[in-house]
Design a protein around this ligand. Structure first.
Ligand code: AMP
Length: 280
């Protein structure tokens, strides 16, 4: 397995793969790999000849006061995880390898406001232009035939898909299910920030989403009614930033639950910002 930092070294390897007409799969990550990431790597290994995992804590998707400096960086451990699955190449650049300019001086891929200003974009206003920009760069550097993303970041999936549609990016996108801890908490690199008490409280997110699923099964589809039933328990443990119901196609708000409704939640527990969602 190769671990490369420089874009030109990666491009040299990619050229070799392309010459052999191998199908390249890309798994973009920020590292601190856990079983959620591993599920994407497994999916990539199953459907591609060559698997590239990028590990890059992307500075331009963090806003001021967010956790860019604090974000866990565990490259040695991540390398071992990738080796276990037979990953071919890890691309682990430094910010200076990826960006020659400050964010305000560079060409950015900016998603439409109707997608970027919703859900997480309400508090993280510059987040998704940072995401789309790095994702398009990674697609171009690796010339991947397929890319693998987790539904844990559902808004990111919708936004990356729209970028590929709008800019005719020639890649197959795969969206993989959320991997959870046994008790339901969605796996996340940020779970390591939680105290023992916070870890217990954090369960309120997946519990709230499960309650929505149960109510939907019982035939309750009014969002006002559902919020009324679910919010009190959720707010006991978590400081809710948003709890929203929208179409998974274009994030437009819905009044009633139906198939393909994205139920998305962001909340702070002990000051740690967590997100979770379900798609009905
Ligand atoms: P990150 O390293 O947090 O940027 O995540 C890299 C990729 O892994 C993204 O596509 C995430 O959606 C995905 N991912 C993160 N956590 C999970 C999870 N619990 N289940 C499935 N995919 C995940």
């Amino acid at each position: 397995m190769l671990v490369l930092k420089s874009i030109s070294d990666v491009k040299k390897e990619i050229k070799k793969y392309k010459k052999q007409e191998l199908k390249i799969g890309l798994v973009p990550t920020m590292g601190a790999l856990h079983e959620g990431h591993e599920s994407l790597i497994k999916a990539a290994c199953d459907s591609c000849d060559v698997v590239v995992v990028s590990i890059f804590v992307n500075p331009i998707q963090f806003g001021p006061g967010e956790d860019y400096e604090r974000y866990p960086r565990t490259l040695d451990k991540d390398i071992k995880v990738c080796e276990k699955y037979g990953v071919d190449l890890i691309f682990a650049p430094q910010p200076s390898d990826m960006y020659g300019y400050e964010k305000h001086q560079m060409t950015l891929v900016v998603p439409p406001e109707c997608l970027r200003a919703k859900l997480c974009g309400k508090s993280r206003t510059q987040h998704f232009d940072g995401v789309d920009t790095v994702v398009l760069k990674l697609f171009n550097i690796t010339e991947a035939d397929e890319a693998f993303f987790g539904l844990k970041d559902a808004q990111q999936c919708v936004i990356v898909k729209r970028m590929c549609d709008d800019l005719n990016v020639n890649i197959k996108l795969n969206f993989c299910p959320i991997i959870r801890e046994e008790d339901g908490l969605a796996k996340s690199s940020r779970n390591t920030y939680l105290s023992e008490d916070g870890r217990r409280k954090a369960l309120a997110l997946s519990k709230a989403l499960n309650s929505v699923k149960e109510l939907y099964k019982e035939g309750i589809v009014s969002i006002d009614e559902i919020k009324e039933k679910v919010m009190p328990e959720l707010s006991k443990s978590a400081d809710v930033e948003y709890f929203e119901f929208c179409s998974f196609n274009d994030l437009s708000p819905v009044m009633f639950l139906s198939e393909n409704t994205l139920v998305a939640l962001a909340a702070r527990v002990d000051g740690v910002r967590l997100i979770d969602n379900i798609v009905l």
